[in-house]
Design a binder for this molecule. Sequence first.
Ligand code: PMP
Length: 427
Amino acid sequence: DHLDPALRHAIERRSRLLGPAYRLFYQEPVEVCRGQGTRLWDSQGREYLDAYNNVVSVGHCHPHVVEAVHRQMSTLCTHTRYIQEGILSYAEAMLPSFGGRIGAEGHMMFTCTGSEANDLALRIAKHHTRRRGIIVTEEAYHGNSELTAGFSPSLGENAPLGTWVRRIPAPDSYRHDPATLGRMMAEAITREAHLLKRHGDGLAAFVADSLFSSDGVYATPEVLKPVIEAVHAAGGLFIADEVQSGFGRSGEAFWGFQRHGIDPDIISMGKPMGNGFPVAAIAVAPEVVASFGRDMRYFNTFGGNGVAMAAANATREVLIGEGLQENACHIGAVLREGIAAMAKTHDSIGDVRGAGLYIGVEMVSDRAAKTPDATKAATIVNEMRKRRVLISATGPSANVLKIRPPLVFSQADADWLLDTLEEVLAL
Ligand code: PMP
């Protein structure tokens, strides 16, 4: 009721036109109309600090990407049934970055969204293993298609999970000894894989986001190593969902799975790949896709089109040229240290964690009992928004502040965020 009438009107119009399934951020939603780097502007010309958008990882409207997309769109935009240089040079440049089997002799296949990439990864995994069981973490999110929504428990209690889906706990480093997490998860894999087999499905794949974003952001390195050994022992494949953790986000490695010292069978990626232009992909080990390629064909009208590949090539050039993984490492540490310092005087901060520019701050009402405090998290998110700093909250209890800015986040941006958080915590 305190909303500006024009904004209220826009919200009503939106819900009438788009229906009931869409959600907005913030008690007072933001109408954005322009972006540059880490900054957004609303229709009144007010400037915001974007500390949330991981899609535009090289910064909103980066001129190199804009120019490449514009140039290709005015030259040619067509699909993968012709030979085109952009898609080949992209795969050639990217494949070595994965290391392991995929780096040595793997392939890339292109889609438009992360959901489609995971969907394709699963189709390939099921075809290769001739099984259909899938294991994910408790609050995982892997996509919006019929198949991927069926193994995305974070969609909520009422969202249907496939009967072939089993869940294991995420590596909660706040409530468990980090040294035991890998073993705990590996034991859970063995148990669930056995159940899948007994029920007739068998394990096709374990799918995981190595930063466990929707589970509440957990970044202990090396955790997945024993887990993947258990997956392989059960005859399943490991699909590394790099939609959140890839492209330098974790600061410590270009790909999130590399922080765990593992060699995935399939890797899916999306979000920041084209800095906002829809482009996503999988990378796959050759033996895994061999039977799928023999028995079927793959075509995706828009996936891997010339403009998408121009966006992806240009984004990759900026990521590397501007040293953004290194920046994520450096500024991420500045943010985590700054917030950890605030935790000394603010008991509501239970835990500060993450890697690079993917940060989780767990808000609690009782530090000793580690009781999740979703109200506090929501208050902070909305008070930050009032001060024009945009973050969000995540996790099964929605009590973990999620700070995940474009990778071009500067020291000045970090100062703005930290000063605002300090002010808001004191309310
Ligand atoms: N995997 C993960 C880990 C994601 O976070 C998301 C999107 N939030 C997806 C897959 C799906 O990507 P898209 O929205 O591009 O379909």
